[in-house]
Ligand binder design. Structure first.
Ligand code: SAH
Length: 475
């Protein structure tokens, strides 16, 4: 170990930064965050430092560095582009036992500054002892994604209760109590944004002398349109702590691969006209599993509240008193439009966008066609593959020109994505003649023209089985 990691309290302590450029500004920013009293010595200041100086956040000595500048300083950072000055600052500080950092020059440093993940009061510092700052930054980016941003709030709640817990428990029991709390439902409540509920439960737990048992809970999670990279951090975290996953037909195989390996997998999708599990049964299945004490991941394609029946599912959970949380996902319209290079709104073409269901029932689609067939708007049809001829016919009958551009996006955002472009006259034929595989989304409006210019996603690889195979579904 070349360096000893320590966290230093510099609150209200005099700190010196030599240099007035952008690199110096980055260091000043950190010193200010730790509430140090910062003086900058430099003939000139960059914009950011000038701004802080004018706001009274820092002192400025407008000249070259002099030896006496380090008098009484708690720490010193040299960030000039003059090698000789950096060298001088380093040796003067070392001779007087003042911790010194010279930016990007570990040899001249008494201390080095790590890459930081800040979830104050939780802080994680990463260092490669100066060997590769880039590697430290890459590591940091990885860790940032797996450490929930609410960890700071979690630590603050623990701090509030520390004394009470110390007074209630003895020795080893204090540690055990906190281990149970931090890995149990109370921490999960806080991470899900139920701060009041978490504090009340923690107060009860201290009063009762025990952390509550793990209880069952349902995570209603949007898995996005298909590409696993479009998952949210929270979705991924909950996917990795679920005991059982109840998933839809629209959740792609690469996404299922990210669910905790030893979770139980239950397929609850619906093939067209083939209801595998009726909706009421899905609702009661979720309730039953949660009441068995399991962490139930209800994983849905896209966003659970957009044509996803998420509302119905949580109504039942609420009625049954089952704890749940809802995690939004990227809905198919947003995902498919981005990956097809079709902006859903555009200043030059449209002012609004509608999401509607094109689901055929008895050969018709019950929609307000007049409202849909308006100029300057984009209409996105979910579940519209079988109704495409009817959709185009109705839009024309209600006033849209037959040359209005229309696109059908097949398996959007996946490696199998295909975009079929036509207009209200040609799209039904394109669909009838093509070997088109669901899921598909239909986009109607002038913005579809932009595809020609803006298309960028071109998976080009082999066609792969993106969606779970209905024949051997329960694994
Ligand atoms: N809750 C989902 C929508 C469920 S309805 C969401 O927010 O996206 C199912 C319809 O979504 C499908 O019939 C299809 O129209 C659309 N869809 C979902 N994923 C899709 C994808 N990858 N490509 C194209 N359409 C998709």
């Amino acid at each position: 170990m070349n360096f000893l990691p320590i966290f230093m309290n510099i609150k209200s302590q005099p700190c010196l930064v030599v240099g007035g450029g952008e690199v110096a500004a980055r260091k000043v920013f950190l010193l200010l965050r730790a509430r140090g009293e910062v003086t900058v010595v430099s003939p000139e200041l960059c914009n950011e430092l000038t701004h802080w100086f004018q706001a009274g956040d820092i002192q400025h000595v407008a000249r070259e560095f002099e030896e006496a500048d380090i008098d009484g300083k708690q720490i010193v950072i040299a960030a000039t582009d003059n090698e000789a000055v950096n060298q001088q600052v380093s040796s003067l500080c070392k001779a007087r036992g003042i911790p010194v950092n010279v930016v990007d020059n570990p040899k001249l440093c008494g201390f080095i500054m790590p890459s930081i993940i800040d979830r104050s009061p939780v802080q994680i510092a990463i260092s490669t002892s100066g060997a590769s700052p880039v590697l430290a930054r890459l590591l940091r980016a990885r860790l940032e994604t797996i450490i929930p941003s609410a960890y700071g709030r979690l630590a603050m709640m623990v701090e509030e209760f520390r004394e009470r817990v110390k007074a209630r428990f003895k020795g080893n029991d204090i540690r055990l109590f906190w281990e149970n709390i931090l890995q149990g439902p109370i921490a999960e409540m806080l991470l899900a944004g139920k701060d009041h509920e978490a504090r009340e439960a923690l107060a009860d737990a201290v009063a009762n002398g025990a952390a509550p048992d793990n209880r069952g809970e349902v995570y209603l999670v949007g898995a996005g349109p298909g590409d696993p990279d479009l998952l949210t951090f929270r979705a991924l975290r909950l996917m990795q702590q679920a005991d059982v996953v109840v998933y839809d037909r629209l959740v792609t195989a690469p996404i299922l691969d990210l669910v905790r390996r030893d979770a139980e997998f239950i397929y609850a999708g619906k093939a067209k006209d083939k209801h595998t599990i009726p909706q009421e049964n899905i609702n009661s299945l979720l309730v039953r599993l949660a009441k068995e004490g399991k962490k139930v991941l209800r994983l849905k394609g896209g966003d659970p509240f957009i044509f996803g029946r998420g509302g119905e599912e949580i109504e039942t959970l609420m009625a049954e008193g089952v704890a749940f949380q809802v995690v939004p996902g990227i809905t198919a319209a947003a995902g498919c439009a981005s990956y097809a290079g079709i902006p859903l709104t555009h200043r030059d073409y449209v002012q609004s966008c509608m999401f509607v269901t094109g689901h055929l029932k008895d050969g018709t689609i019950n929609l307000n066609w007049k409202a849909l067939a308006q100029p300057h708007q984009t209409v996105v049809f979910y579940m519209g593959l079988h109704g495409v001829a009817e959709i185009c016919k109705q839009l024309k009958a209600h006033g849209l020109d037959s040359s209005t551009p229309a696109a059908l996006v097949e398996q959007g955002t996946t490696q199998n994505q295909k975009v079929h472009i036509g207009n209200l006259d040609t799209l039904p034929k394109l669909v009838a003649n093509g070997d088109i595989k669901p899921p598909t989304l239909i986009i109607v409006g002038e913005v579809v023209k932009l595809h020609e210019k803006l298309a960028w996603f071109d998976p080009g690889g082999e066609q792969v089985a993106e969606y779970p195979n209905l024949e051997n579904i329960n694994r």
